[in-house]
Design a protein around this ligand. Structure first.
Ligand code: SF4
Length: 508
């Protein structure tokens, strides 16, 4: 039976702080990294989803949302900002959402605009009932598919690549297939880890390359859960069971957990985003068969072997550079110390959508412990350098604090190519290592020496075979063919001519 949508989001209420007063027309689906959480059959499902999203907050801070089902109909609440901000009214929202089946999403988009209309889960009704979708990744054929559907009269209400999945699901010739969802997923190209909430079940799917992570957990004697990272299991007392396999759909329903594959075995070619391990994931998560902290320590040790530095102290760029710096210090026998202190009350700079915010945030978020660096030869270990401007800002600040020599060491190779699979390396031209040799990078950063881990060195640290990882941002070898002339701005179709509260707050 078709259920009526109960959307308790304030998205349609212009008096509410979360509301949209307009719609924007930027097609901004490309280049996002998000966090997913889902739980089936738990009387406290919504609160557990809330805490799960909290632990995934590092994956996206622009919007958050939860959709839940009582077995018959779905309620959804989304808004702009962190999980805490979106759900700040607490008990009222939890009571309205209070249902035993739930999925949640935290979002980061990579265009300059970020809209509540694109916040997820995305809720829709079609001939088979209701569905709410949460997506992590980037569909590289979304624009083509959208053109095709618009040519036949489809109307899109968001500018997210995720919405095309709803149109694919609703197409009558797809609905009649034996496995409509599997059929639809075969139309998608790119990176996708997806959660679908139907009134009576959750379906979790991963693309045939397994580019973005998606894990299954279980609360002992309790419910099955799914999440982007295992850190979300720790907070609710769930145990890691296994990852959703590339090309697999896992269903969570009243009978437990069921699995099916929607592609042939030959089509499954693991190409996990190794940048998840290097930068995005939380240190206490286990991804691609290995704990993130341990993996980063291995990178640090390998980096010390490849690029030793004659210095007095090793300091990390916290937080994601800390584990690699520990490994570097252990291997090099140089003392480790904290020369930079991160404020946790401001978001990660790399995942801020606008450059002007990024520069301001760097100043706000990293403080220097002068006593650690003054008069010292220091080795600074960072996990990655993307544009280089923020790194140079840190280097200048360390010099001002009295550092005598600064040796920069980086636990990933020079990033030379953009990512089309859901991480924000905006354009090739903006990348520091694009068309610069090491000497030029050294000069740009104003350091005394520079050393990046080699790609072979990086891959020697992985627990899975080297060909199970995507390395395109270093090697330029894209496992799924992409049009490299396209960047996130190429897909912007129309001028932004309407706005909402969020834009007003962020206007120059
Ligand atoms: S191009 Fe780089 S960031 Fe993008 S999926 Fe591949 S490894 Fe990850």
């Amino acid at each position: 039976m078709k259920q009526r949508t109960k959307n308790v989001s304030s998205n349609n209420n212009n008096n509410d702080p979360h509301s949209i007063v307009s719609e924007c027309r930027l097609y901004d689906g490309i280049g996002e990294n998000c966090g997913l959480f889902g739980i089936f059959g738990d009387e406290d499902a919504v609160r557990k989803t809330y805490f799960g999203l909290h632990s995934l907050q590092h994956r996206g801070q622009e919007s958050a949302g939860i959709a839940s089902s009582d077995g018959e109909s779905i309620q959804c609440y989304t808004g702009m900002g962190t999980v805490r901000r979106v759900f700040r009214s607490g008990q009222d929202v939890f009571e309205k959402l209070s249902n035993p089946i739930a999925i949640g999403h935290v979002r980061y988009s990579t265009t300059g605009t970020s809209k509540v209309i694109n916040s997820q889960p995305l809720l829709a009704e079609y001939s088979r009932g209701q569905v709410a979708i949460a997506h992590n990744g980037n569909l590289i054929n979304a624009s083509l598919l959208r053109d095709e559907y618009e040519a036949y009269g489809s109307i899109f209400k968001s500018t997210s690549d995720t919405e095309i999945i709803i149109h694919l699901l609703a197409k009558p010739t797809h609905v009649s297939k034996p496995d409509p969802l599997g059929h639809v997923l075969n139309h998608l190209q790119g990176a996708y880890s997806l959660l679908f909430l139907y009134s009576d079940r959750i379906e979790a799917a991963r693309d045939p390359f397994g580019i973005r992570p998606l894990c299954i957990g279980k609360i002992p004697e309790g419910s099955f859960v799914v999440a982007s990272e295992t850190c979300a299991f720790d907070i609710i007392g769930a145990e890691f069971v296994r990852e959703v396999q590339p090309g697999e759909i896992v269903t969570l329903d009243k009978d437990g957990l069921h699995s099916r594959f929607y592609v042939s075995p030959e089509a499954i070619k693991p190409a996990h985003c190794i940048f998840e391990h290097i930068y995005f994931a939380k240190q206490n998560s286990t991804l691609f068969g290995e704990n993130v902290h341990q993996f980063r320590k291995k990178l640090g040790r390998q980096l010390a072997v490849e690029h030793p530095a004659d210095s007095d102290v090793v300091i990390p760029v916290p937080d994601s550079g800390t584990s690699a710096a520990i490994g570097y210090a252990e291997q090099s026998k140089i003392p480790f110390d904290m020369g930079l202190v991160r404020s946790h009350y401001i978001g990660r700079t790399f995942i801020s959508p606008e450059q002007r915010q990024r520069e301001l945030e760097v100043k706000l978020k990293l403080a220097i412990i002068r006593e650690v660096v003054n008069g010292k030869r220091i080795t600074v270990v960072d996990d990655s350098i993307v544009r280089g401007t923020t790194t140079r800002g840190k280097i200048r600040a360390l010099r001002e604090a009295g550092a005598k020599e600064i040796h920069m060491r980086v636990s990933c190779p020079p990033i030379r190519f953009p990512c089309f699979y859901g991480v924000d390396f905006p354009t090739k031209e903006e990348l520091l290592a694009n068309n610069r040799n090491l000497e030029q990078i050294k000069e740009f950063l104003e350091v005394d020496s520079i050393g990046y881990i080699s790609l072979d060195g990086l891959l020697s640290c992985t627990s899975l075979p080297a060909d199970h990882y995507c390395t395109a941002c270093w090697s330029g070898k894209y496992i799924i063919p992409v049009n490299t002339a396209v960047n996130k701005f190429s897909l912007e179709r129309y001028q932004l001519h309407m706005f909402d509260e969020h834009d007003v707050q962020n206007s120059p």
